[in-house]
Design a protein around this ligand. Structure first.
Ligand code: NAD
Ligand code: MG
Length: 299
């Protein structure tokens, strides 16, 4: 694990190289294990300082990418973690689960499909049973399938994108709220696509705009109960989402180069945003979307 002093002063332009990923294709949902180049999820760099000591977190999509980096960071900050992911992602999930255990924290693994309303209920119940309670929820699972023309977006795709990206957030929150004591937190993953929709991501981008709106309304509703709700909006982050139909293959070598920092982000660069919004140090921050996007202007 890196020494803290190595992390305190770094040029954000060069902290990570500007990668030019080769054209590649993985079947959905895609695996970190097969991604070229590999990503930094903080395995060797994230240093915790006890900011989430004793917390109990459910993180969806925590086998890979941003969710994995968040799960590793939460564990190193002292949280026990329930991991939700798809059954096909067991290999990635086991790697992350091992890192959580190595941090000395409890981990439970809950494979299943968040498009299924029954699973949205059972994943919360199983997290509560496995962790002996729940006080942090990170709604991070997402699906992104690029489609050049609206005429080619099938009903099946449209429904599935909405089920996974936004309806599951509603359902998981609805199931979790009765278990969340004052002081608990919810962080939803939205996207730069909420404000700057790519013409080839109409279904995906519109779910992300909905997540921002949902976050702001829900934050007001749950504030009097002492439950804070916020969102994180990533920009272009190198993860398996991008190579499993998230982008046209030809676009991958330039992925993230059109940001002011000139490079794609790494998953571990997102983790501190989730930690901040989950930790009680952000007690007066509600309904906020924290943009972590390499410098693209947002509203
Ligand atoms: P990722 O592929 O590593 O993570 C997405 C995860 O979602 C998968 O690992 C999978 O476990 C989960 N998932 C997808 N469909 C599911 C289903 N039906 N049931 C249960 N789980 C399911 O990619 P990522 O980029 O780390 O994505 C995490 C979040 O970040 C997503 O919400 C994505 O929309 C958002 N995001 C990513 C980027 C980016 O550039 N990578 C940018 C903005 C927002
Ligand atoms: Mg995955």
């Amino acid at each position: 694990m890196a020494d803290v002093s190595q992390l305190t002063f770094q040029n954000p332009v060069t902290r990570y190289p500007s990668i030019s990923p080769p054209e590649q294709d993985q079947p959905e949902p895609g695996l970190d294990a097969a991604l070229k180049p590999q990503t930094d999820r903080g395995e060797d760099s994230y240093v915790g300082t006890g900011r989430l000591a004793g917390r109990k977190a459910l993180i969806t999509g925590s086998d890979s990418g941003i969710g994995a980096a968040t799960a590793i960071a939460f564990a190193r900050e002292g949280a026990d973690v329930a991991m939700s992911y798809l059954p096909d992602e067991e290999e990635d999930a086991q790697d992350v689960a091992e890192l959580i255990e190595r941090a000395g924290r409890r981990v439970i693994t809950l494979p299943g499909d968040v498009a299924d309303p029954d699973f949205c209920r059972s994943v919360v119940a199983d997290a509560v049973a496995g962790l002996n309670g729940l006080d942090a929820l990170v709604n991070n699972a997402g699906r992104q399938i690029f489609t050049e023309s609206i005429e080619d977006i099938s009903d099946e795709q449209l429904l599935s994108t909405y089920q996974v990206n936004i309806l599951a957030q509603f359902r998981i929150v609805r199931a979790a709220v009765p278990c969340l004591a004052p002081g608990s937190t919810i962080v939803n993953t939205t996207s730069i696509e909420a404000y700057q929709p790519a013409p080839i991501l109409l279904d995906y981008a519109s779910t992300k705009a909905a997540i921002n709106n949902f976050t702001k309304g829900l934050a007001q509703q749950l504030a009097p109960r002492g439950i804070r709700v916020n969102a994180v909006a990533p920009g272009p982050i190198w993860t398996p989402l991008q190579v499993s139909e998230g982008q046209p293959k030809e676009a991958l070598p330039d992925f993230g180069k059109n940001t002011p920092l000139g490079r794609a982000g790494q998953p571990t660069e997102l983790a501190p945003a989730y930690v901040f919004l989950t930790s009680s140090e952000s007690s007066y921050v509600l309904g906020e979307t924290l943009n972590v996007n390499g410098g693209r202007p947002t509203p």
